[in-house]
Design a protein around this ligand. Sequence first.
Ligand code: BES
Ligand code: MN
Ligand code: ZN
Length: 488
Amino acid sequence: MQFTAKVSDISKQRSACAIIAVDAKIRLGTSGAALDKACGGTIGKLLKRGDLGSKLGATLMVSLLDGPAERALLVRANDGVVSQADFRKLAKASAEAVKGLKDATSYLTELEVTGADSAWQGQQLALAAGLATYKFTRCLSDAKANPLKKFTVHAAERKKLKAVQKGIEIGAAQATGSNTARELGNLPGNICTPSYLASEARDLAKKHTKLTTTILDEKKMKSLGMGAFLSVAKGSDEPPALIAMQYKGGKAGDKPVVLVGKGITFDSGGISIKPGQSMDEMKYDMGGAASVFGVMHALLELQPAINVVGLVAAAENMPSGRASKPGDIVTSMSGKTIEILNTDAEGRLVLCDTLTYAAKYKPKTVIDIATLTGACVIALGNHATGLYANKQGLADKLLAAGERTGDRAWQMPLWDEYQPMLDSNFADMQNIGGREAGSVTAACFLSRFTKDYTWAHLDIAGSAWNSGANKGATGRPVPLLMEYLLGK
Ligand code: BES
Ligand code: MN
Ligand code: ZN
C-alpha cells in the first residue's frame, strides 16, 4: 500500500472516500464542513436524519454524487479533546470501513488528542490502515486481496506535514512487520516448518544488503552442546534450526539489541500430549519467531541506524519413539542440567540454549518473545502481553513503548521467592514449577540463563492470536518492539 501525507484541500481533493469526524453534537470539523459545503449541504442533512450511530467509532458511509470525493465516511468522535485510546478506535473503525475501496484520505488528524502530536496521529492512522487490509489468502483456491491501495493522511497545517510524514512511515513499517508476523503465524504447520522459516530468513538476506542470515543446523547445535534445544526436536521428523538474522544499520561497534523468538512450528505437547480441543491453534506456537521476522521486515523498510540481531529457535514438538520422555535429564549449552518433567514445557527448553547463545553478540539488551504459557492467558487474557525483566529500566521502556502504540504489556514479578519451585531431586532444575504461577515460573526458568546481560521476556501466549470467529494471528508485539527499537 502507498501511504502519503499532504495538506489536502478537501473541497478539491479527488478520492474514493474522505474520512471525517463528527462530534457528539453532530458538528463537523474544518475539512468536514468544507466538504459539506462543496457538496451542497448533503452531509449535514444526512446527519440530521440520525443515521450515524451515537457510539464512539460508529461509522456511516455516504455516497456523494457531486462532491470532489466519491464518498464520505462519517466517524463518530466525542466533543472536545479525544483520548489516545479513543483515537485508536476511530482509526481502526475507519480503516475497517474503507478497506474495500481503492483509496481513502483521512482528515481525522484535525482532532485534538490528549498528549499526542500529529506524528503520533499519522502513525496510528497508517498502522490501522495497514492492519485492516491484511487478509490470509495463501491457502484459498480463489484469492481476492483487499483493494485499498492508497491511503492519504491530511496534515492539518503545513508546518505539521513533516511530522505526519514521519509518523506515517513508522506506522506503515509497523503494519508491514505485523502483517509479516500474521502471515507466518497463520500458515499451517505442514507448510511453516523450521526449514520453511530458515528459507524465509535466507531469502530476506538475499534481497537486502543490510541483513545477513546464518542457520545453525542440528549438527552445529550438537557441537555447541545445545542438549535442551535438541531434546525438543528429537521426536519430530522435521529437523530443527537456529536461525540468526543480523540487521546492520548502525556502526560496526554499536552493540546490538538481540531478539529471541520461540519458533515451535507445531506444539503437540510431545509425549505429554495436549488434549485434542483447539490443538490446531498450536500452529501459532511460533508467534514469537514470527514477530522477530516481522521486526526484521519493518527494520528493512525503515533502515534505522541501529544494529539488531534476530534469533529464531525453530523446532517441532512431536511424540514418537525417539521423543523425549518425562523424567529425561538433558544438559543445556550453559552446562546446567534439566529434568524434563513435562515435554509440553518445551518453549523454555529451546529458548534457554538460544539465550545462552545470544551472549556471543555482546548484546546491549536481549528480549525474548514467546507464546510460553497457558497460565499467562489465564492471568492477563488477550489484551496484555506478560512482561518480565531483570532490570527495571528496560521494563519501563518496554511498558512505555507498548502504551504509545496501543500494543500493551503488563509487568509480572520475577522474584527470587518463586525460584525454588524449579528445584529438582535429580538435576540442577526441572522444567516445570507446578500448578501455581505458571507464567512466573517459566520466566524464572529463563532468568537462570540470562544473568550476563540486561534481559526481558515477553509472554505473548494471549496476545499473539485471536480465537473464535476472529481466529488468526494478531502480529503482536511487533508495534511494541519497533517502538522500543526506534527509541522514541
Ligand atoms: N505453547 C504452550 C503455551 C500456550 C498454551 C500458549 C495455550 C497459548 C495457549 C506451551 O508450550 C505449553 O504447552 N506450556 C504449558 C506449560 C506447562 C506444561 C507447565 C502450559 O502452559 O500448559
Ligand atoms: Mn507446550
Ligand atoms: Zn509451546
